[in-house]
Design a protein around this ligand. Sequence first.
Ligand code: HEM
Length: 214
Amino acid sequence: MRNHNRLYFLLAVLTVCFIAYALIKNYLIDPGADSFLSQKNGLKRELNLPVWLNVMYIHVAFACLAMATGLLNFSATLYKKSRKLHRSFGYAYILSVMLVVLSSGYMAPYATGGKISSIGFNLINIIWPAITLVAFIQIKKKQIIRHRNWMIRSYAFCFTNMLIHLIALLFENLLGFSYTASYTAGIYGSLALLLLIPEVLLRTIAKPRKLTPL
Ligand code: HEM
């Protein structure tokens, strides 16, 4: 397998597994988000549970749609076969990003860890759509390589939730931090890594190759 194909295959496996995990965990195993919500204490404002849960369902649904459409649009085969499909998935991706961010905006004030966590989430709420918008502007200017690179930067944020929980797990179990402090560390740690990892990839294994114009 060529390097790019291998990379795509790995990304596809990771994404499909995480989508399946997110859907099964949040809609089937723990639809009341009991395990997550039981860790929230000392909230400054009262959480309206039915509204919060519905917003969370919308959040997860569009997060999964963003992950799926983004993944499909990185496929060279699909891109070669149908530019029309690539464009449709692209618009679905942008819409999904906006809805994830919008729902996140509702949930952020109730975030585990209080104001400091909330600020971290809102930073991502600004950075992710901004990066996605740059990717969109680049393709409108027919800058294919730049569009691809900015989409790689944007797509990284689809892994925000996964990374938050991985980092939090590490802080809690290996470093002995409290759950709340670990969760906050997860938010800022993932923000830093999600900005850094695409830059490393773009300079190493995801170096652009020649693409046919849209
Ligand atoms: C794209 C993949 C994402 C998935 C699958 C996802 C999924 C989830 C899930 C399942 C929750 C409920 C709590 C938990 O189990 O963590 C949640 C909470 C939340 N998510 Fe996301 N999310 C994603 C991306 C994002 C992004 C990019 C943001 C932007 C900042 C965000 C902001 C939030 C906020 C603010 C909460 C509430 C946290 C809290 O109450 O402490 N999520 N997300």
